[in-house]
Ligand binder design. Sequence first.
Ligand SMILES: *[C@@H]1O[C@H](CO)[C@@H](O)[C@H](O)[C@H]1NC(C)=O
Ligand SMILES: *[C@@H]1O[C@H](CO)[C@@H](O)[C@H](O)[C@H]1NC(C)=O
Length: 226
Amino acid sequence: MLLKVFAALSFALASLATSLPADLPPFKSSLFKDLNVTRGLVYHYYASPANAGKPTLVFLHGFPSTFYDWRHQVSFFQDKGYGLIVPDMLGYVGTAKPLDPEAYASSLISKDIIDILDAEGVQQSILIGHDWGAKIASRLANYFPQYFSSYAFLAVGYVAPDTFALPYQEQNNASRAVLGYEDFGYWDFFSTEGADQIILDNLDSFFDIFVPKDTVQRPCTSWGIE
Ligand SMILES: *[C@@H]1O[C@H](CO)[C@@H](O)[C@H](O)[C@H]1NC(C)=O
Ligand SMILES: *[C@@H]1O[C@H](CO)[C@@H](O)[C@H](O)[C@H]1NC(C)=O
């Protein structure tokens, strides 16, 4: 169920991921690459090599997003000579969008990211994840700690492996009890046939709801959200 929901999330927005212009400063068009990872899926990513003595930073975006989320960080760190690796995550923009929900398992995506680091010869880096990218960063920390010297989790903290162990409906019920609304209630909509078209037809409203001005933050200690 959970995997199906994750996949639906990706599919719903996959059609947003049409063609971004090749030249998007501060990204240099010559530094984009494609890698067919071990399991036969092609990842599109930005790779700016590190100057001598500078570490490499790996940026994993969330939902609904692209590599372009990181333009400000890329601008800042690229000028200072830091190495940068910024993939489109699975299901987004230039990276493969497999139709099998199982393909989106965090363990598999984590290995894909490691394949990219191996291809780039980056033995150790600093890993930064935002939103759902924080979940993959968390699994990378669990499965491949030798590849990373440190981590930064943006918007979503470290996601423990059992975070989604609770069945989806139970989790929604629990969040309704604590927060007054179903934290993941929108997954039902995303899983509905035709949701992608509804989103495309109402993009402004969609992003308005996703990034509201009146976000209320309330503690929800059972998930470590403060
Ligand atoms: C990626 O590799 C797989 C085999 O691992 C192959 O079937 C597939 O065609 C390759 N994709 C591209 C776009 O080259
Ligand atoms: C969630 O709550 C609804 C309504 O309160 C209830 O019908 C349903 O059985 C609950 N589901 C789970 C899995 O707890």
